[in-house]
Design a protein around this ligand. Structure first.
Ligand code: FES
Length: 118
């Protein structure tokens, strides 16, 4: 059961326990068959598409510095709040709504970029 204040469509999917994503780390999770990268940036949770638009590297396995994740394959960097590539400002990955409830991280898998601007 999700918080009554959360929009209900599309459905929220529990993807991990908050304890499994400590501050300063990320994790690859499965949200309804889609691989999503979830991050804990200083206690704020964010979710972006796991697949790097360069050559498909796993962004959820990248290193997190503040709000920036660095792809582990070739070093492209993305703002986990917006999915925007921090070097070009143009390339972006999808960004998904995140909520925390009862110690679980919930992700709403949507088809359009919904976080930040750009
Ligand atoms: S696959 Fe991510 S930088 Fe190349």
């Amino acid at each position: 059961m999700t918080d009554a204040s959360l929009p209900t469509s599309p459905a929220w999917t529990a993807v991990a326990a908050t304890a499994d994503v400590p501050p300063g780390t990320g994790r690859v999770v499965n949200a309804d068959g889609r691989l999503v990268a979830v991050f804990n940036a200083g206690g704020e949770y964010h979710a972006i598409d796991n697949q790097c638009p360069h050559r498909g590297g796993p962004l959820g396995k990248g290193s997190l510095d503040g709000h920036t994740v660095v792809c582990p394959w070739h070093g492209w960097s993305f703002d986990v709040r917006t999915g925007i590539n921090v070097d070009t400002g143009r390339i972006r990955v999808r960004c998904f709504p995140v909520a925390v409830e009862n110690g679980r991280i919930l992700v709403q898998v949507v088809n359009e970029p919904v976080c930040g601007s750009g």
